[in-house]
Write a protein that binds this ligand. Sequence first.
Ligand SMILES: *Cc1c(COP(=O)(O)O)cnc(C)c1O
Length: 223
Amino acid sequence: MTDPSIAENFDAVRARMDEAAKSADRAGNDISLVAVSKKQPEPRIAAALEYGHRLFGENRVQEAQERWADHRADYPDLELRLVGPLQSNKTGDAVALFDVIETLDREKLAKAIVKEADKQGLMPRLYVQINTGEEDQKAGISPADADAFLETVRETHGLPVEGLMCIPPVSEAPAMHFALLAKIARRNGLDRLSMGMSGDFETAIRYGATSVRVGSALFGERP
Ligand SMILES: *Cc1c(COP(=O)(O)O)cnc(C)c1O
């Protein structure tokens, strides 16, 4: 039932990550591989779990609940990350399911997370999403507002922020966006960077990514 090519894909992506890390004088095992499982057929996910992978990303709360709620009990070492936009009214479900929310991007959401974290006695690890390309259709804090937003989230709302996340514009070379994210993180005392996808994770590693979010290079094209 499981697909042998999935294991090969994981080995190949990991080897490419190690190679990129080496050429940047970094240790490959410092960089986490978040396998983005959104919209992928279940057998491919089963193959990844059988291979031993435990770190997955999803971009929609409800889809993630349907896929992962039952797996949690079977895989206690599973780590789930929300990498897509979070509506405030889904915050309770997101806090209950995800270990990490990578898309904190507005104060209303920060308040909702505080409330749910208190209520549930669970605090997810948090990344602030930065809209490095200042695209209207994309979520995230604009680079000019990043420092003030981080201060509000940390000081006013008391939320721990682990790092920053970005999705560069599809039509631009990603390097300058990765460099910008790294710069904003550095001046705010953050050392975790979620950046890089199937098409550009090696570049992201060169610019300091500590986790890459890879979907199609691991699982094949989404149907
Ligand atoms: C879908 C998605 C990915 C993975 O994209 P691939 O190109 O398939 O690797 C990474 N990050 C986010 C936020 C996504 O929505």
